[in-house]
Design a protein around this ligand. Structure first.
Ligand code: ZN
Length: 228
């Protein structure tokens, strides 16, 4: 029996806010996360903007003793520029997964994540899986890490959740842009029910409470009522 857990480390905590000098401009960068599995695989999720290569390389080295070539898989929860910018650093990785698209060099897998009900795509047995969570974009995915050091399942959910506050104030995620708000509401509840801990797209990780789950269920129920 193994007692080792899968490590999930936030390398950079994301943010999104209006520019202090020009309210028509947003300042945003993603939360960037490293998974070190108990079987020795290194997976990076969401790679900041293209201007962040130096500091990302630095943190991998100083905090984890890793070189870019030590990263085995790159996952971007979706294709927006602040989530994919440094993918170029990780050219030794087996896969680059950008939303539902899985590729290596010019080779593209035949859509393992195309459908919403697709089987989870396994990255390290079933310790780390990628699942479809359409909403913010229709191609969005989340990464689930079983037996995490946070306790139970950690979900790296990208912009399905902007930050923890958007559970109380849903205008935060709807105003951040959503290609399908109904689907996003469903997926938010689904992930909250699956996960003990969630890392959102632009904020700090948080423990998922039953109160949060109840609120997300309420938000889903009240909008589906209106639809009927
Ligand atoms: Zn984002």
């Amino acid at each position: 029996m193994t007692t080792r857990r899968n490590e999930v480390h936030v390398l950079f905590t994301g943010y999104s806010r209006p520019d202090s000098n020009d309210s028509s401009v947003m300042r945003a960068n993603c939360t960037c996360t490293l998974i070190k599995t108990r079987h020795g695989r290194n997976i990076i999720v969401d790679t900041l903007t293209a201007w962040d290569g130096e500091r990302l390389t630095q943190v991998l080295q100083s905090e984890h003793g890793l070189q870019p070539q030590d990263i085995n898989v790159v996952v971007c929860t979706h294709g927006h520029s602040d989530h994919i910018g440094c993918n170029y650093l990780f050219r030794e990785a087996q896969w680059h997964i950008v939303g539902a698209c899985v590729s290596h060099r010019d080779k593209y897998l035949d859509c393992p994540l195309t459908r919403e009900d697709s089987e989870p795509f396994q990255l390290c047995g079933d310790d780390v899986t990628v699942v479809r969570t359409p909403g913010h974009t229709l191609s969005c995915v989340s990464v689930l890490v079983r037996d995490s050091i946070q306790g139970g399942v950690a979900g790296i959910c990208g912009d399905l959740f902007e930050r923890v506050e958007d559970i109380i104030d849903p205008s935060i995620w709807t105003e951040a842009g959503s290609e399908d708000t109904n689907s996003q509401r469903r997926q938010r509840l689904r992930m909250a029910e699956l996960c003990n801990y969630i890392i959102p797209g632009h904020g700090q990780g948080f423990v998922v409470t039953d109160q949060m789950r109840a609120l997300l269920r309420q938000q889903l129920d009240s909008t589906s009522d209106r639809k009927i």
